[in-house]
Design a protein around this ligand. Structure first.
Ligand SMILES: *[C@@H]1O[C@H](CO)[C@@H](O)[C@H](O)[C@H]1NC(C)=O
Length: 328
């Protein structure tokens, strides 16, 4: 029959693409290899990202709306050991443990993952793009503070959202945001119902993300959302949507994050998931790259915190990415 022959002819490239993609595999699920992508960021910068896609994503027979998550790195960037373009043995990008683990896991769960790279594209002309010192923006480092987590990186996350939506196969209402530390701070700002400097709610049309998770951000006065004095306990920060905050109790950032959460719950009735991670420290979830298979019975320490945060964080994301509630 004419029609089926046409369909069959059109299918050939799709099958080929799917076959080629499937031939480069990662651990358990066979995923298409991640690719380096480029998109417009704030202030004329061209941002880079690493895009992890589920099996079938590039297969036009199954063109469908996918959900997605944007991953925002911490103050040492995305690359393993701060080596720009580091690769694994199979040629795929070698990212820091926590980032690569989440990206691969999400893709294996049929969720597109976009790792946004905020540092390398902004390397000053005087430095080579691969200079490892430029990958370190942690406090005390030479380049600390040159890429602002509370402003610039929020725009980077939103640029990532625009890019994903431009692909045409991702549901704009099903995009989550996940950030660690420096990127967790950007996530706190994007999650907020108001701008940083004034307690007036942003329009609902500006609320882009379906669910937001922040791992150990700084929650002190630099975050903003105070109109009096933060140390006296004033804050108008509260999330516009489902929010999870994962901070170890031994992390110096814990006290301020708990205070922000308590105030948001008390003064604004916010629903915030703030699990307890006793004896866990900053970057507790970066210890290993394997996705944990189970949780500890008595969750104390970094390893148990990582297991709980990974497993429960993924469940939290998936629950709210599959919600049918329409928020626009
Ligand atoms: C990293 O890889 C990209 C894409 O292949 C390339 O454009 C860039 O120059 C590389 N950067 C470094 C520092 O090797």
């Amino acid at each position: 029959m004419m029609t089926s022959r046409i369909v069959a002819t059109e299918l050939i490239p799709c099958i080929l693409v799917a076959f080629l993609a499937a031939s480069i595999g990662s651990s358990d699920a066979v995923l298409p290899p991640p690719s380096q992508v480029h998109f417009a960021g704030p202030h004329g910068v061209t941002l880079t990202g690493i895009l992890y896609t589920p099996t079938g994503f590039h297969d036009c027979r199954r063109a469908a709306y996918h959900s997605a998550v944007i991953l925002m790195h911490g103050c040492t960037g995305i690359w393993s050991n701060r080596r720009v373009n580091a690769t694994n043995a199979d040629g795929t990008p070698n990212l820091q443990n926590h980032i690569e683990k989440w990206a691969l896991k999400l893709a294996s769960e049929s969720i597109v993952a976009l790792v946004v790279e905020s540092f390398t594209p902004r390397a000053p002309p005087s430095l080579s793009q691969g200079d490892p010192e430029w990958q370190n923006h942690c406090s005390g480092a030479r380049y600390a503070g040159t890429v602002d987590p509370y402003t610039t990186r929020v725009q980077d996350a939103r640029a990532g959202w625009d890019y994903l939506v431009s692909l045409g196969s991702i549901d704009p209402k099903k995009i989550g945001l996940l950030g660690w530390s420096h990127g967790g701070e950007a996530t706190m700002v994007e999650a907020a119902a108001t701008p940083r400097h004034i307690d007036i709610e942003r329009p609902a049309s500006d609320h882009r993300f379906a669910v937001l998770l922040s791992f150990y951000p700084g929650c002190g006065s630099h975050l903003g959302f105070v109109d009096e004095i933060w140390s006296c306990g004033s804050s108008f920060w509260r999330p516009y949507r489902e929010f999870q905050l994962n901070v170890g109790e031994q992390d110096a950032f814990h006290a301020n994050c708990k205070k922000r959460t308590d105030i948001a719950r008390r003064d604004f009735g916010s629903s915030i998931d703030f699990p307890a991670f006793p004896d866990a420290h900053h970057t507790f979830d970066a210890q290993q790259q394997a996705w944990p298979s189970d949780k500890c019975q008595f969750p104390t320490g970094d390893d148990c915190a990582m297991r709980a945060a990974d497993i429960d964080g993924l469940a939290f994301l998936k629950r709210h990415l599959s919600d049918d509630e329409s928020f626009w």
